[in-house]
Write a protein that binds this ligand. Structure first.
Ligand SMILES: [Zn+2]
Length: 272
């Protein structure tokens, strides 16, 4: 009996699950009648199997799959089977629950990695937007610098023009202390420098006029700095008649085609 128990006790689980071959089944059943230990083990295994059956969905595996799983359980001689309970292992001896747990851990890891990558992409997109804004800002600075350089070059051209004329402007009763000087060349335009103009009222702008025998021609608009001063380069039409005067009036913002406002500065050409 003791020798038979040592041989047969490992069949208890397969017997409880009904997975023994007919000859083995008969041999174990004969032993069971005489062995209280195996009888107790089978009883416990059947209780466990019954509880398991209630704990999982009532879906019977196909007979072929059931046989395959049980065959793996019973055909792994190098892995000692536990005294009670059945642990399903694959060929590498890794329990199924551990494989599932590993898949869950890997899944969680992939999810966290994806989240981190998403955050990284968002960060890079923000950096790219900032870099693009900086490039746009630099482009504007370059354009501004080119405009300033062009105007400076044009102003230098006026100073050096062989036909340059100088017009000094005097402040009128509304701006007695205001002063201005225009340097004008028919070919190269006009450099207009002003000082002490009163601060502009809201919605108003100063407009500079080249007054010819025919009509006043707008040279352009002038917004002085905080001290009432500034220097501006104006292009003037090359076919303009010789100026008899240069004047500054106060006009609505945006300027007007012909002067409508009060005169702030006026001057007539004088030899250099
Ligand atoms: Zn036994």
């Amino acid at each position: 009996m003791n020798a038979a128990h040592g041989e047969l006790k490992h069949d208890a689980a397969a017997y409880a699950l009904g997975a023994l071959e007919p000859a083995e089944h008969a041999a174990f059943e004969a032993h069971l009648a005489m062995c209280a230990e195996c009888a107790a083990e089978v009883k416990q295994l059947r209780l466990s199997a019954g509880a398991l059956a209630h704990a999982v969905p009532q879906v019977s595996p196909p007979p072929a799959l059931r046989a395959k799983i049980l065959g793996q359980v019973t055909a792994t001689p190098d892995v000692p089977r536990p005294a009670s309970g059945v642990v399903v292992r694959d060929k590498r001896g890794v329990p199924a629950w551990l494989q599932i747990a590993a898949m869950l851990v890997i899944g969680a890891g992939v999810f966290l990695y994806a989240q981190r990558m998403q955050a990284r992409v968002s960060n890079l997109e923000a950096q790219l937007a900032r870099a693009q804004a900086q490039v746009a800002s630099a482009d504007r600075l370059i354009a501004d610098a080119r405009t300033v350089a062009f105007r400076a070059q044009a102003a230098m051209g006026v100073f050096a023009a062989p036909d340059v004329a100088r017009i000094d402007l005097a402040g009128q009763p509304v701006a007695v202390s205001a002063r201005a000087r225009a340097l004008w060349s028919r070919q190269r335009g006009m450099v207009f420098t002003v000082a002490n103009l009163p601060a502009l009222p809201p919605g108003r702008v100063y407009q500079v006029w080249v007054v010819t025998a025919q009509a006043p021609v707008s040279a352009g608009l002038l917004t002085p700095d905080a001290s009432g001063g500034g220097s501006v380069y104006f292009e003037t039409p090359v076919d303009i008649l010789p100026p008899v005067a240069v004047a500054v009036t106060l006009e609505p913002a945006g300027g007007v085609p012909a002067p409508t406002g009060e005169r702030y500065l006026i001057g007539t050409p004088s030899p250099l």
